[in-house]
Design a protein around this ligand. Structure first.
Ligand code: GDP
Ligand code: MG
Length: 204
């Protein structure tokens, strides 16, 4: 729904996107790289509740974790054949990666145009719950493979096979720390979500 016009008279559309994935996959990093406003974050020191519960083997050294979510905002120019040129003002919600926060997901996904599932190839299985969640809800999503230094590089098809992803779900490589790379992922998601909305059969 159009809720404003930009200074150059383009329609502005509001949208909500979830950034999901396992603990340490780079969700907070990606929201920070993308956001044009200061990120509202609930990053805290790893608490006693994390010890022995949140598995960090193979991830970067990590002393903080997202206890609820990270919130940021990004404006992307979009052009769709069906709707012409407009701006999408995206509210970004980095989801908490730990299982004990699953109860928040149903609220978070409400009204979202789609999700990014960040995958860390050193712990690929950690992204399964997010993939299953979006599949189950029929929410358009892309898988973004966060290419950590030193991690083995897999082809998008190898990742697709390993996660048993449907053929229409885009698999994109990224560096969550780099704004341009993270924006390319968001663009991929927005155009995938538009395709799913314009041709509902594509999202099945
Ligand atoms: N080398 C590398 N490190 C990354 C990348 N993305 C995130 N990190 C680091 O990985 C750690 C975990 O990232 P974080 O965003 O907190 O993960 P989250 O638990 O998914 O929110 C942090 O120390 C980041 O600086 C990346 O693309 N490459
Ligand atoms: Mg985080």
């Amino acid at each position: 729904m159009v809720y404003a016009t930009s200074p150059d008279a383009l329609p502005v559309v509001a949208a909500k996107v979830l950034i999901a994935g396992g603990l340490g996959a780079g969700k907070t990093t990606m929201v920070g790289a993308l956001s044009e406003i200061g990120v509202l974050s609930t990053e805290e020191s790893m608490s006693a509740a994390s010890i022995g519960v949140d598995h960090l083997t193979g991830t970067e050294p990590k002393t903080t974790t997202t206890v609820a979510m990270d919130v940021g905002r990004l404006t992307l120019p979009v052009h769709s054949p069906a709707r012409g040129a407009y701006l999408v003002q995206i509210m970004l919600f980095g989801t908490p990666g730990q299982d004990r926060f699953w109860f928040m997901w149903d609220d978070l996904v409400r009204g979202a145009i789609g999700g990014v599932v960040l995958a860390d190839t050193r712990r690929l299985e950690d992204c399964f719950p997010a993939v299953e969640f979006f599949e189950h809800r029929g929410t358009p999503f892309v898988v973004a493979v966060n290419e950590f230094d030193g991690a083995h590089r897999y082809s998008p098809d190898e990742i697709r096979d390993a996660i048993s992803l449907a053929a229409h779900v885009p698999v994109l490589a990224c560096d969550a720390r780099r704004t341009q790379s993270a924006r390319a992922v968001l663009r991929g998601l927005v155009s995938h979500a538009i395709t799913c909305a314009d041709t509902p059969a594509a999202s099945i």
